[in-house]
Structures are given as C-alpha cells and as structure tokens.
Design a protein. Sequence first.
Length: 141
Amino acid sequence: MPRLSRFFIRASLVYLFLGFTFGALILANKGILFAPLVWALLPAHIELMFLGWMTQLALGVAFWILPRLGSSTPRGDERWSWAAFILVNLGILVLVLSPLAGIPWLGLLARALQTLGFAAFALGNWQRIYPPKFPNIKGSI
C-alpha cells in the first residue's frame, strides 16, 4: 500500500475516533442533560464523520486501487495527491475550529480549501482513469 494511502487512512481513523467521541457526548447529553453547550459540537461531529472519516477513507483507497500507469512513476505525479491530503485536512481543521475563533468567513475558507483539495486529487489521478490518447498513432492490425 502506498505511503499516501496509509496517511489518508490513518487520518480517517483519527477523525472517526474524534467524530465518535463528539457523537457520544451529544447522545449522552441528550439522555442526561449535563452540559447544554455540548450541542455546539454537532457541526464538528458531522464534519468529522463525513469529510474526515468517510471521504478520506475513500480517497486513500482510491489512490491505492486506481490503475497504475506503465511508466517509472506508476501513480503519476503524486504531488497533486499530497496537496489534496494537506488541503482537505487543513479545511477540516479550519471548519471544526472556526466556531471557537468567532470569525464568520472561516467556514467559507475551509470549504474553499476542501474544494481545492478534491480538485487537486482529481487532477493528479485523472490520467490513471482516462489515459491520454494519441489519435495520430495507429497500432498494427
């Protein structure tokens, strides 16, 4: 398994643990009211579970399982995928911590970082799905 896939999957497991912990606190507070402010963790819980856990797990497995290229670099230019890893994680962290900062535009910045990260992943791995075609080269029949 490639190193980047391991990073994606390990990060997803960290987010699964954090999202599960936040969800357990919210659920426990629903049964026995001990801290009404726990409900403020709900957006972070949703973000950690969907984009943190599920999406990163999918990106890590996709990077690992997509067809390899027949060159010296079988996964193409991995810098795009590394940039995707950094941008998506940075976006998740900014979005989770934005309520603490109290700056309203941080949520928009976080979504922009995540969108750039997904675009970088697509750019870096697109040639593995649709390899370039050369229309002027004819194969022997």
